[in-house]
Design a binder for this molecule. Structure first.
Ligand SMILES: [Zn+2]
Length: 341
């Protein structure tokens, strides 16, 4: 207590401006600290909502096994492995404290670059890159593919294929020389097709479908059991959707290009979603195709939770990065390949 009064008297000697700076810094720290405690508690509750399960073998015969670094450890009586409440989450095996990860989550929700996140959180750029994708791997698992129902708008959006960060040995063709870009007209295999479907409750499906033109079979593979039975599918006049709607026995409204229907059946919501997706992706200056799926889920998360207050968003983003079991080793990033439906 003596220390506290000493510190206080020292602080009171400072200018009012400096005192305010200290106050807001302290408030931020206290807020972060209490949120970290809340998150730790909620991760535990949600992960084990049906009772304790071993993340290694799903066995339920668990006992406590002491504490390490203030974290409760458990041991599985079946496989003999130990675990904590955070095993195989985004922050698993991280030596950095959780409040740093929270700051990182905040940066991600602002859509900052890897470099900017690294500067603000005071970690190096390589770490910033891995943190981003460890979080996104969990977020992707948490969100899953999802489903849509009712009036459903479906359309596809294309991104240029990018081999960025791929070892030359894994490349299907020699990399392009500057100024010698392959220009193919229209849709080619140099483009990645991302399928999107959006219903009026704003449930969103957004998945890497294929390279080049899509087929109705690919659509079926993605949307099978994910579009409610009596849904009404609204699309442009792309042929694949006709075949797809017929095979799935869905009522189908084809909206002609440039035709603005006053009707409730239109594709304006999905069109404007595509515009904001393109705008959002522009800031990243070309994403490697092997990571594109993660960026789509990042966008989906932000789109889904955008109505929440910032503090709630950060907390949910952290929770969703810890509840699913998804641990990615760094070496797995290097050999990663794009995953299509
Ligand atoms: Zn086990």
């Amino acid at each position: 207590m003596e220390n506290v009064s000493y510190l206080l008297s020292e602080i009171q000697k400072l200018s009012l401006y400096k005192q305010k700076q200290i106050l807001s810094k302290l408030e931020e720290n206290i807020m972060l600290g209490s949120q970290v405690t809340e998150i730790t508690k909620e991760v535990k509750e949600m992960r084990f909502s049906k009772g304790k399960v071993c993340p290694h073998c799903n066995c339920e015969d668990i006992s406590r096994n002491g504490k390490y670094n203030d974290k409760q450890r458990y041991i599985c009586k079946d496989c003999g492995k130990t675990f904590t409440d955070f095993t195989n989450s985004a922050t698993y095996k991280s030596k950095k404290p959780l409040d740093k990860w929270m700051k990182y989550a905040k940066c991600m929700l602002s859509g900052y670059s890897i470099r900017k996140c690294a500067e603000i959180v005071e970690i190096n750029i390589a770490t910033s890159f891995f943190w981003r994708h460890k979080i996104l791997n969990c977020i992707s698992t948490f969100l899953g593919v999802g489903s849509v129902d009712g009036v459903v708008e479906a359309d596809e959006v294309f991104f240029a294929y990018s081999y960025k960060g791929t070892k030359p040995a894994n490349m299907p063709r020699p990399s392009r020389k500057r100024g010698k870009q392959v220009k193919k007209r229209g849709i080619s295999n140099e483009q990645v097709c991302v399928a999107t479907a959006l219903d009026r409750q704003r449930n969103l499906i957004i998945e890497l479908l294929c390279t080049g033109r899509m087929t109705s079979d690919e659509l079926k593979k993605l949307y099978n059991n994910r579009i409610g039975e009596d849904s009404i599918l609204c699309t442009d006049s792309h042929k694949s959707y006709m075949q797809f709607a017929e095979d799935m026995e869905l009522e189908h409204k084809r909206i002609k290009r440039g035709k603005h229907k006053e009707d409730i059946y239109h594709i304006q919501h999905i069109n404007s979603l595509h515009s904001s997706l393109k705008r959002w992706m522009n800031r990243f200056n070309g994403v490697a195709t092997k990571y594109l799926g993660n960026y789509m889920k990042w966008f989906k998360w932000i789109d889904t939770f955008s109505a929440e207050k910032e503090s709630i968003q950060i907390k949910s983003f952290m929770l969703h990065s810890h509840i699913p079991y998804s641990y990615t080793k760094i070496k797995e990033f290097k050999n990663r390949m794009p995953i299509f439906v």
